[in-house]
Design a protein around this ligand. Structure first.
Ligand code: NAP
Length: 558
């Protein structure tokens, strides 16, 4: 019996419409997956919760939203014509330009006809009898799919703080991660912003331009490096495009997915003058990047003492820029090492606190007690606002995955399997969940990298794995428990060789009450990780088990 015959008879038995693959999410990952899987001849249905494509860049429309990886790096590399044709306008493109780019990709590759918008996947249950996934949506769709691929993004489940009273607030409130499409005018309004991560840091200076009063509630000060955003020099754009293949390859082999020269010595081996010169460059150079501080020295993320040299440099700049000494002191991070919470790029961020109508409230000293009908109350003071803005982040990396009721072999829920933290093999698959693939899942470099590089690598690896299965007549693929255990231990071990686990960060799940404290991404570096994935594939998908299309041997995993 051929695989095709088998599939159609199984589908007939279940009575469900069948596709080869369901892809959840139509951001960069989902779009590229659709393109790639179509190329293999698969039938694909993409479900997207939003009423447009774009994922992160569809939802995050807050004022000042822009990517903080350079445009020439934060873009698809899979199609040489696309990367040559598209003209970027700025060093760091704003959300509007990125959304235009995503829409261009959707049109250019004729992707829309397989994307169903305004539809949330609610459930995916593996039917062991037919070895297919039964997928349901909030619009009543039901489908049978051989493969389910979660392209749901790492930062897509936004969270408001666990402070009581939001339902009482009579003003308007917004979350940066779900910003109204029509935009928000803050002119003449008293605004409170809670949160000073990347979103808050970008939004605060822009909101300050409109609001009559702006109060920022900060729990943890972050390290904010000047973005030096500027229009792209056309000559620079031409020269990168002239050797784009080499440029992309260098990014693929790098630590963070951004091509930078490798560090040659530790910060503590450098003289004070050398260090000062490097940090001056990292701070003032118009072509600096988010990783300039982190990649200058070999020991920045492994030695607290080395890291302190950069941290102190930034604290000194804050003291220089911010006029009010108490505000400057409150803005200086002391409780975590540089980079262990995602550092931010800012435009006039610290300068904004010198404006007379902007005030910083340190809620580490005076915590927020409740939101009231007029504003909010801290342990010390009551505030009145017309608008509240929550820049309070996301249930990162696992939130969007466990929000879907995913059940694998033995009806085991993914959320239950991960109760003590995510367990994956290579961040791509989970034992007991055959043919379920994660794009930039926990256990892969994902959020510690240029997402475009990691997305492309995962999409291509998954597509190759599926092509391999089809060529070999295999029905399912999943990791062994042993491979998953070993990889999860490795991710943890490498994470603990760095300073990352010392911070209360969303990388550690610390921002969500009750979430297990586990360092979720893989910090081994984009290049070595890619090499490992390629080796696994070359060794016949070492650590994975397959079931045959004909001989229905259940895989020996739990
Ligand atoms: P975030 O980094 O998690 O920041 C959330 C902020 O809200 C933190 O300052 C947090 O304080 C604060 N907060 C949360 N709950 C609070 C409470 N109950 N009371 C007071 N403060 C509270 O979220 P984000 O800024 O949205 O950024 C998330 C990630 O998205 C970034 O790290 C980055 O990877 C990505 N991002 C990228 C860009 C870009 O590329 N340009 C832009 C935006 C976001 P604590 O630190 O104390 O928890």
């Amino acid at each position: 019996m051929t695989q095709t015959h088998q599939q159609s008879s199984r589908t007939a038995a279940s009575g469900l419409p069948e596709v080869d693959a369901v892809v959840v999410g139509a951001g960069f990952s989902g779009l590229y997956l659709l393109h790639k899987l179509r190329g293999l001849g698969l039938t694909v249905r993409v479900f997207e919760k939003g009423d447009g494509v774009g994922g992160t860049w569809f939802w995050n429309r807050y004022p000042g939203a822009r990517v903080d990886v350079k445009s020439m790096d934060y873009s698809f590399s899979f199609d040489p014509d696309l990367e040559q044709d598209w003209e970027w306008t700025e060093k760091y493109p704003p959300q509007e330009e990125l959304l235009r780019y995503v829409n261009h990709v959707a049109d250019r590759f004729d992707l829309r006809r397989d994307i169903q918008l305004e539809t949330r996947v609610t459930e995916a249950v593996f039917d062991e009898d037919v070895e297919r996934w039964h997928v349901r949506t909030d619009r009543g769709d039901q489908l049978s799919a051989q493969y389910v691929i979660m392209a749901t993004g790492c930062l897509s489940t936004s969270k408001v703080p666990e402070v009581p009273g939001l339902d009482l607030f009579r003003g308007r409130w917004f979350h940066t991660g779900h910003w109204p499409q029509e935009g928000v005018d803050f002119t003449g309004r008293r605004v409170g912003v809670i949160g000073t991560g990347s979103s808050g840091v970008q939004a605060i200076p822009r909101i300050a331009e409109q609001a009559t009063e702006l109060t920022v509630f900060q729990r943890t000060p972050n390290f904010v490096v000047p973005a030096h955003n500027h229009p792209i020099d056309p000559e620079h754009q031409r020269s990168v495009k002239a050797s784009y293949a080499e440029h992309r390859q260098a990014a693929r082999e790098s630590g963070f997915g951004i091509a930078v020269p490798p560090a040659t010595k530790g910060a503590l081996e450098a003289s004070e003058e050398e260090r000062a010169a490097h940090y001056e460059l990292a701070w003032y150079d118009p072509d600096n990047s988010l990783v300039t501080f982190l990649t200058g020295y070999t020991d920045m993320i492994t030695s607290k003492e080395a890291n302190d040299t950069a941290a102190q440099y930034v604290r000194d700049r804050i003291a220089e820029i911010v006029e009010d000494p108490q505000t400057a002191a409150d803005l200086q991070p002391h409780d975590h090492a540089f980079g262990t919470k995602r550092p931010c790029l800012g435009t006039n961020y610290y300068e904004t606190y010198n404006l007379p109508h902007v005030r910083l409230v340190n809620v580490r000293k005076t915590p927020i007690v409740e939101i009231t009908h007029k504003g909010l109350r801290t342990t010390q003071e009551e505030f009145e606002f017309d608008d509240l803005v929550f820049a309070t982040g996301f249930d990162a990396m696992t939130g969007a995955l466990t929000a879907v009721d995913i059940r694998g072999r033995g009806d085991v829920r993914l959320a239950d399997k991960w109760h003590a933290g995510p367990r994956t093999y290579l961040g791509i698959q989970v034992a007991g969940f055959p043919n379920l693939f994660l794009i930039t899942g926990p256990g892969s470099p994902s959020v510690l990298s240029n997402m475009m590089v990691s997305i492309e690598q995962h999409v291509e690896w998954v597509a190759d794995a599926i092509a391999h299965m089809r060529a070999e007549g295999k029905d399912t693929m999943e990791p062994t428990v042993e491979a998953e255990d070993a990889w999860t231990a490795h991710v943890d071990e490498v994470g603990h060789m760095t300073l990352y686990p010392t911070a209360d960060s969303w990388y550690m799940g610390s921002n969500v009450p009750g979430k297990p404290r586990v360092f979720m991404p893989y910090i081994g570096g984009v290049g070595p990780y890619r090499q490992k994935c390629d080796e696994v594939a070359a060794e016949g998908y070492e650590g994975f088990v397959f079931s045959d299309a004909d001989a229905k041997e259940p895989a020996t995993v739990s």
